[in-house]
Design a protein around this ligand. Structure first.
Ligand code: LLP
Length: 437
């Protein structure tokens, strides 16, 4: 993860920059992204999958921009040789403005608008991942109107639901994404796509979930997708030679999670796909993956300033210390939304005070506004202290809101002792400017 160390004054340095300097220059709260860490991780995924599938048709990695996207990130991802997965016109706009080549972009989404499809086809996106039967007609119509051929993948619902250490592999498919395998919609979609004049079927796509730590869910999902590949070969005489197995690799938010290395994951999944293809007498397809969290998450920490510290008596000997910070659920909703388990540490100084368990909360008007549920901080933690919450690079800024009219924090990149603002802090004027009634 981030290259952090304590300097002689006891403050944490990240990317060679003292967090106190970051707080001074850009204020708090702020997302502090270690550029080298993000890019090293992106390249590690790219290389691990390319290597594991090198004996076959190879593999590609698309960074999932929903985890965190801005112009600089799009440029890094391009320079580092990954593709980019976007799922709205807005994410596509960021990528295109950054000069990301259209053919390396994949467009997702279960409800793409005609405007989004037009823009994507105009930009020559490398693949549109079709999510429903009626979208086949929609993409066909837009491609025909523009006089182009649309390269498409079909997202199938494998019935695998993966989350953290467990996955459920029922045939239960009660969710909004994809084309049902068991219900026959996926096969029907292949048939219709092959018949469509302006569609070029690249392959099949599946995504089983997020924050996954082992390959068991991929094993079940890949098998179900490959069974469809075999059925299409037998019944339609067409060979599908590309698969996209989605993203979802987990990161370490606390000590209970230990992610496998990208190399181990890639080798594991390659072994599974090889074995299954062998059993079904299929060529191993070209495979792509779409990690977001595992690339972006560990690269970033959120730097907060401590405000009110309140010791709340809970009856008898019990009490809880609430440490309030100057952000909260508007910059990290994951604790409130998913019961996520973050940690934090005092980063502006060291303290000899005995550690005590505290709860770190935000400044928003609801009691569920918790950033870190339970964490040890030195018992002298006080107003003005800087604390950091690590592993906030994925689904924190991208899920940020303006709840209570709190402007969104900036995202700064640190590298080699330099601080560079990637996204500036929102201002009160930005917010008031929207209010035109
Ligand atoms: N590909 C597809 C089609 C996806 O839907 C997703 C995530 C990814 C790739 C990237 O998954 P990752 O590698 O980042 O796990 N807001 C939630 C996570 C939502 C994930 C949505 N799809 C959270 O904060 O935990």
């Amino acid at each position: 993860s981030q290259t952090t160390r304590r300097n002689a004054e006891g403050a944490v340095e990240v990317g060679g920059v003292d967090v106190r300097r970051i707080a001074e220059e850009v204020g708090t709260p702020a997302f502090v992204l270690d550029e080298d860490d993000f890019r090293a991780r992106a390249r590690e995924f790219r290389d691990a999958f390319a290597e594991a599938f090198a004996p076959h048709a190879g593999a590609d990695v698309y960074y999932a921009g929903k985890a965190f996207l801005c112009g600089a990130v799009a440029r890094w991802v391009q320079e580092d040789g990954l593709g980019l997965d976007v799922c709205t016109g807005g994410e596509l706009a960021v990528a295109l403005r950054a000069g990301f080549p259209g053919e390396r972009i994949a467009l997702h989404g279960n409800n793409k608008s005609v405007a989004e499809l037009r823009r994507a086809l105009d930009a020559g996106v490398g693949r549109i991942v079709i999510d429903s039967l009626d979208e086949i007609d929609q993409v066909e119509a837009v491609a025909a109107e523009l006089g182009v051929s649309a390269a498409v993948m079909l997202r199938v619902t494998t019935g695998v639901e993966a989350h953290t250490h467990e996955f459920i592999a029922t045939a239960h498919e009660d969710q909004k994404f994809g084309l049902s395998l068991t219900g026959g919609a996926a096969f029907e979609a292949v048939r219709r796509t092959l018949e469509a004049e302006h569609l070029d079927l690249l392959g099949l796509h599946s995504h089983i979930g997020s924050q996954i730590f082992d390959t068991g869910g991929f094993e079940v999902a890949a098998r179900r997708v490959l069974d469809l590949v075999a059925q299409v070969r037998t019944e339609l005489g067409h060979s599908i030679d590309q698969l996209d197995l989605g993203g979802g690799f987990g990161v370490m938010y606390n000590t209970q999670h230990t992610p496998a290395t990208p190399a181990a994951l890639a080798a594991g999944i390659a072994g599974i796909v090889e074995k299954q293809c062998h059993e079904l007498e299929l060529e191993v397809p070209h495979v792509s993956f779409e990690p977001g969290r595992a690339i972006a998450g560990p690269s970033t920490q959120t730097l907060y300033s401590v405000g009110t510290v309140k010791d709340v008596r809970l009856g008898g000997p019990h009490h809880r210390v609430y440490v309030s910070v100057d952000g909260g659920m508007s910059d990290n909703v994951r604790t409130a939304l998913y019961d996520a388990d973050y940690s934090c540490l005092l980063t502006g100084r060291v303290s000899d005070a005995a550690p005590e368990v505290v709860r770190v909360v935000g400044k928003h008007c609801e009691s569920g506004d918790i950033v870190v549920k339970d964490e040890y901080l030195p018992s002298d933690v006080q107003r003005g202290d800087l604390i950091s919450v690590p592993v906030t690079g994925a689904y924190c800024y991208s899920l940020a809101s303006n709840y209570n009219h709190v402007p969104r924090p900036p995202v700064v990149a640190v590298r080699g002792g330099e601080v560079r603002t990637l996204i500036r802090r929102e201002t009160e004027e930005d917010l008031l400017g929207l209010d035109v009634g």
